[in-house]
Every structure is written in C-alpha cells, then in structure tokens.
Design a protein around this ligand. Structure first.
Ligand code: S3P
Length: 737
C-alpha cells in the first residue's frame, strides 16, 4: 500500500457491478476510489453521482493505485490486463468480478507471464437485471457471498486485502478453488440463465406468441426474471465456461427427456417421484435461505450500552447448558425408546442439532420450554437425510454429528454458514479416518463435509494435538455407533460432558494416566435428564457483577463441572467474590447456586492448564484482566482463533478501542490492567460472535461513555431470554438495528 491512510482502489469497468462496488466502498470510507470505463462519459458520470473520488481518463496517464479491480465482461479481461500491465508493481493487488474464473486465470497467465502474488480472482454472487452506472446500488453486495479463488501463487496479504475490501461493502467472503467455482456456478447460475433466456425466446419468437405474455403471471415471471440480464455479459460467460455448463446442461436435457416420456406415457408415478423430490429439496433450500436471512438480520443488529450508575442485583436461572444439550439429544436419538430431557438450551445452535436429527428420521417433540421428548431407534436407527444437513454456525453440531454419521453406513453431507465454513474440520477428519471412516473436505480442510458410507469402523488409540471436546466427542460417538473401543489423550483436559452422559447410561468409561478409554455398549437406554444452567452464560453475569460497584446477584442451578470452571478458579484467584452454594448433583453433573458480588481484582499468571477449562470464557476474562490492577498473563489462547470468529483478534481490537492495554505474545495474551480506570466509550465490532458481544457488553457497563457493539444481534438467538435477563439484573443495554 502507499503511505496514505486509505488504500487507492482502481475500478475498471463501471457497469452495475463495478459501479456498485465503487459506490459502496466509497460510502464505507475505507478506500480512495478511482474509476475508469471504456465508454466515453461513464467515469465522469460516476464522479458526478458520487460513486468514485477520481476519474482515470486513459491508460497512458494512470495515477498510483494499490488495488486493481477489473469489472468488465469476462472476455474483455485480457485486454484490460494488457493495458494495465505497465502500471502493475510487485505489490499491486489484482482481482476481478467475472462469473467464470478459469478463463480469467488463463488470460492473466498469457498476458502477465508468471502469475503475480497479488493476483486473486474473485466473484460476487450478486447482481440485478439492470445494468450501467446509473443502476449502481450501494447495498448490492450486502450479505451476499463473495467467492475468492486464491491461486497457489496468491499471497496471503493479497487475500487479506481483498477480504477486507469486500467485507467493507457488506459481502461474506468465502474461498474455493477455481475449477470448483466454475462447476458450482455452471449449475447454480449459468444453467438457470440459459433456461430463462431460452424459454422467453421460444415463447416470444413468433409475433402472435407475444399475445400470451398478457396471460403470463407468477410462474412465468418468477422463472424468467433473469432473462432480462445483460446479453453481452452472458454471451461471454457461456463461451468462457462452456465445458462445465455443457456438462450440467446434458444431464438436465436427459432428465427433461425422461419427464417428456413420462407425460407421453401417462406415468404419473414417475412425475410424482421427480416433483416430490424436487419439492422437498426446494423446501429445504427455502429453510436455509430463511435461516440465513434471520441470522443475517440478527447479526446486523447492534447492542447499545450506557455507563451504569448502580450495581446489578437479582436472581436468575439460566438456559440449559449448550454443550450438554447437544449431547443429550444426540444420545437420546441413538438410544432405544423415549427419552425425556428438561432444561434443553433452546438456543440457535441447539435447535440446529435438533433439526438435523429430525431430518435423520428421529421423532422429537419440543415445545420451546426446554422440555424435549426424543424417540430413539437405537445405534443404527438413523435414516439417510434427503438433502445436505445445514449446521448454521454451530461447530459442535457439525463435529459431533460428523462422528455419528461417519459410522452410519450411508452417505451424508454437512454444510454450514460462512463462519462455520471457515473453521477447521480436518481435526475430526484425521481421527475418524484413522478409524476407517471416509470424509471429504475442501482443500483447506473446511466444510462442506461429505461423508462416504463404509461397512465398518475399527478401534482407535489417539493423542489429540489440541484440547477439544468436540473432537473427543466426535470420536466417542463414532466408536459408540460403530461398536468399537476408543482410547484418547488430550494435551489438557477439555469438557467431559459426553463421558459423563455415557457413564450415566451405564457405559464403560475409564480415565487413568491421562488416557480416556471407552468400550461401547451394545445398546443405549433412554435418558431422563435435567440439564443444569449454562456456566458459560453465567460467566458474563459473574464478570459484570464483579466489575460494577454495588452489585450482588445470584445465579441458580448452574453447572459447575470442573472441566468447565477454569473461569471461576481464575476469578477467585484474582480476588473475585463468588460463593458456591447448595452444591449438588443433577443428571451426573455437579450443580450449584452462585452468589457474586462486586470486588476489586488483582492480576495473575494463568498457564495452559487452564485453556481447555476456560476456552469459551477467555474473552470475558480479558475484560476482567483489563480492570484488574497489574499485569495479567493468560497462556495458550491460540484456539480462540478457530471459534465463530477469530476471537483473539476481535477482542484485542475491541478492547484497544475501549482504551485497554492488551497485546499478544506468541500464544499468550498480556493485559496491563488498571483498576482505577473506566473503559473508554466507542464503537467495537463482534462480527456476529455472541461471546465477543457479551464480553464487550460487560466491559461497557464500566465504560465512561456509551459503547456500540456492532453486529451483535446473534446474542438474541444464542441466549434465549437475553433481553429479559439483562433488564431483570439491571444492565444498561438495548438491542438496536
Ligand atoms: C464445545 C467445545 C469447545 C467450545 C464450544 C463447545 C463442546 O470447542 O469452545 O463452545 O460442546 O464440545 P472445542 O472442542 O473446539 O474446543
């Protein structure tokens, strides 16, 4: 980048896509936007409309730029690259927006010779039927996917720069290989456009046929909307992606022929078969779209807080523990007979697991009150789902169910939202494949996960490279379903809810010398379970009550399993005031009521032996450490990078905005805390991660001015009853769009 504060982004081609990108980028104030267009007057018009900051009139006089975004039809890409070749430096980032990636890479190779490190092809999955600079829409990419297809030659810096720019215009950035992109787009975009163009043309060709458009209503309109798209652009796309499009077109032609024959021979059953399958696939697709829409709407909301003037007070019971809830319904689905579960978590992630189990043929009654009845059909009683299983942003759902499904003898596909699709899934692939399962992931080791059927699995002895209850549980569940023993060792202990539940159901579970040994039973009896309150949610209230002077709260029926309570131990060590009352056992888990009062804190050093037991509470612990007098060191926090967001990055950025002194040294976080200093006010971003949002909310209670926590509305889905609980304890927080 040049030394100026903002990167200089040159957009070549100010049609709908290029101009919309320029407009949104300029509005986001994250770049200085230069624009150029081959057609006379277009760039000048873009300047008039406030879409760009500066016109580049011709390729002989090009001012310096850091990023070149080529937004011309795919077949024109070659000549633009040739024109700009003399202006490219080693550090220029180059990308495009073409709908086909293979030809763009070929063109770049021919024109530029060796592919530069700054070159990363891209494709926004967004558009409108209107074209041209006047049609530019600043929200065109908002919540739309942007696919980057990094090449082996692409540098990480270039990928990061482009990711930032596209995120600034609202896009969700995902990456995939070039060939996969072209295949996926041939099926999901190019073929439908071909069909729409062709159908409208067939009907419109003869002049008397135009009459029928007067009668064409919903179906025709829905099906052919995209036939109004730009012909030149689509001409280019089909020529550029001929092979992949022809592949899927031929398949479609064969299926269409079969339908024609079925009609001709009055084979109603065959028609019903196809229509039934299609309806169920489309219904499923609608469900994913709606859930994305809902989550997207939630993510966009902000939490707004004002400084508190009095302490928190009151008594709360919290939703059932999320980790135990996932496991309880999964085991109930694999058990025999009717299980009764009370205190089910009911948050979005827990519901994701419930819905997936329903799609796998499990009968589940659930009335939103936390009472769930599950009728299990045994360890081999699941049914193959008729479409991919959508896991939203729930890593636990995906990893645990992958363990179950790896041992089912039928194929499954697990997909997730943009956040989950970035998270490492190779950590379960490795042990499951060691057991003989077959899992296919993307080349980056991420979802979608395709599970191929295998006849049987074999036993495993495995040392986990990281403490992870999800990996451990995936292996235990695979071993359970396959009827094979498993032995595992973790570098430090992670939550042991799966082990406790299995032991409670009479399974042979043993821990000795740091090794966990499991011998599976032949069958699993039904569960009758009361799930304790969620310790990880309790931690936020414990932290807030500790920080806000005058606070005195009570949290009843909270799970205090020692593999989860690293946060409590650290808080007590720092001088926190927590009374652990009425300790008892519930459903094989230790439970207690927690009374928490305001207390000034001191700093401490906490080693890696805390990591597995504190993993979800680290964000809020950083907040506490920033208000504890002295230097706190928290070791081994690397795993935070692989959660719903990169929690390390988000917390360090946000706490720095709020005036905290926090830095990362290797895998450790160092926080120089000041007990006498309130946090500053400001705007922080939690990128849709509810634990980061709640950690900032806690900090905001002791800030000197209001704090806006952007993209934090997922708190609502992740913590049922959040708004009511917050007002009951007396937080100063509102949820706004
Ligand atoms: C969980 C395990 C942890 C934790 C997550 C829930 C579980 O993840 O962060 O919120 O229920 O097993 P890892 O196993 O990836 O550490």
């Amino acid at each position: 980048m040049t030394a100026t504060a903002l990167p200089r982004v040159l957009v070549v081609g100010l049609g709908l896509i290029g101009a919309s990108f320029a407009k949104a980028l300029r509005l986001s104030q994250s770049a200085h936007v230069l624009g150029m267009d081959a057609a006379p007057g277009v760039a000048e018009r873009a300047l008039e409309l406030g879409i760009i900051d500066e016109v580049v009139a011709d390729t002989d006089r090009v001012p310096p730029f850091d990023v070149l975004l080529i937004a011309v039809p795919v077949l024109a890409m070659r000549s633009v690259l040739a024109d700009f070749k003399p202006h490219l430096t080693e550090r220029t980032v180059i990308s495009d927006v073409g709908s086909v990636k293979g030809v763009v890479v070929e063109a770049a190779r021919e024109v530029l010779g060796a592919l530069p490190a700054g070159f990363v092809p891209g494709h926004p999955i967004a558009g409108a039927e209107r074209s041209g600079v006047e049609a530019a829409k600043s929200d065109l990419f908002d919540r739309h996917m942007l696919i980057l297809t990094p090449l082996p030659s692409s540098s990480n810096d270039a990928v990061a720069t482009l990711t930032k720019l596209w995120q600034a215009v609202g896009a969700e950035v995902v990456t995939m290989p070039v060939a996969r992109h072209d295949e996926v787009l041939a099926a999901t975009s190019h073929l439908p456009h071909l069909l729409a163009f062709s159908l409208v043309d067939t009907l419109a060709r003869e002049s008397e046929n135009r009459e029928i458009f007067r009668y064409a209503a919903g179906g025709f309109r829905d099906f052919t909307r995209i036939a109004a798209s730009d012909p030149t652009m689509w001409h280019d796309i089909f020529l550029a992606n001929g092979e992949a499009t022809l592949g899927i077109l031929r398949k479609f032609q064969a299926d269409l022929d079969e339908l024609a024959q079925a009609i001709e021979h009055h084979q109603g059953d065959r028609l019903l078969d196809v229509f039934g399958r299609a309806k169920s696939a489309r219904d499923y697709f609608t469900q994913i779209l709606q859930s994305r829409q809902r989550h997207g709407d939630d993510v966009r909301k902000n939490l707004i807080t004002a400084p508190m003037h009095r302490g928190l007070s009151g008594t709360l019971s919290l939703p059932g523990d999320k980790s135990i809830s996932h496991r309880a319904v999964i085991l109930a689905a694999l058990a025999e007979g009717e299980s009764h579960i009370r205190g089910f978590g009911e948050g979005d992630d827990n519901r994701t697991t419930l819905e997936a189990l329903r799609k796998l043929g499990v009968d589940i009654q659930d009335d939103d009150s936390g009472e769930v009845r599950v009728t299990g059909h045994g360890l081999k009683g699941l049914r193959q789902a008729d479409s991919p299983l959508y896991m939203g942003c729930s890593g636990t759902s995906m990893r645990l169910l992958a363990g179950v499904l790896a041992a089912q003898g039928f194929a499954s596909e697990l997909i997730g939202d943009a956040s989950l699709s970035q998270r490492p899934m190779d950590r379960i692939q490795k042990p499951l494949e060691t057991m003989g399962a077959r899992l296919e992931l993307t080349p980056r080791g991420t979802a979608p996960i395709l599970i191929r059927p295998v006849d049987s699995l074999h036993s495993i002895d495995y040392e986990l490279p990281m403490a992870s209850a999800q990996v451990k549980s995936a292996v235990l569940l695979a071993a359970l379903c396959a009827g094979v023993p498993a032995r595992m060792k973790e570098p430090t202990i992670s939550r042991n809810h799966t082990e406790r539940l299995l032991a409670g159901l009479g399974c042979d579970i043993d821990t000795r010398d740091g090794w966990l040994s499991f011998t599976p039973p032949k069958r699993l009896p039904a569960l009758d379970l009361d799930i304790p309150g969620d310790f990880s949610l309790a931690a936020f209230h414990m932290a807030a009550a500790t920080l806000v002077p005058g606070s005195d709260i009570r949290l009843d029926g909270i799970g205090v399993n020692p593999t989860r309570t690293g946060f409590l131990d650290i808080l007590l060590d720092m001088g926190g005031s927590v009374e652990v009352l009425n300790e008892r056992e519930q459903g094989g888990e230790p439970v207690a009521d927690l009374r928490v009062r305001y207390a000034p804190l001191g700093a401490g050093v906490y080693g890696t032996d805390y990591s597995g037991r504190t993993i979800d509470e680290f964000p809020v612990l950083f907040v506490l450490a920033a208000r504890a007098e002295g230097e706190t060191r928290i070791e081994g926090v690397r795993e935070l990078r692989y959660k719903e967001t990169d929690r390390l990055k988000r917390m360090i950025e946000g706490l720095t905005v709020l005036g905290a002194d926090i830095e990362l040294k290797g895998d450790d976080v160092i926080i120089r805390g000041r007990a006498d200093r309130r946090f500053d006010g400001g705007i922080v971003d939690c990128a849709g991660d509810h634990r980061v949002a709640l950690a900032f909310m806690v900090a905001a209670q002791v800030a000197s001015r209001p704090v806006i926590i952007r993209h934090s509305g997922r708190v609502l889905g992740a913590y049922p009853g959040f708004a009511e609980h917050a007002s009951r304890l007396g937080y100063s927080v509102t949820v706004e769009d």
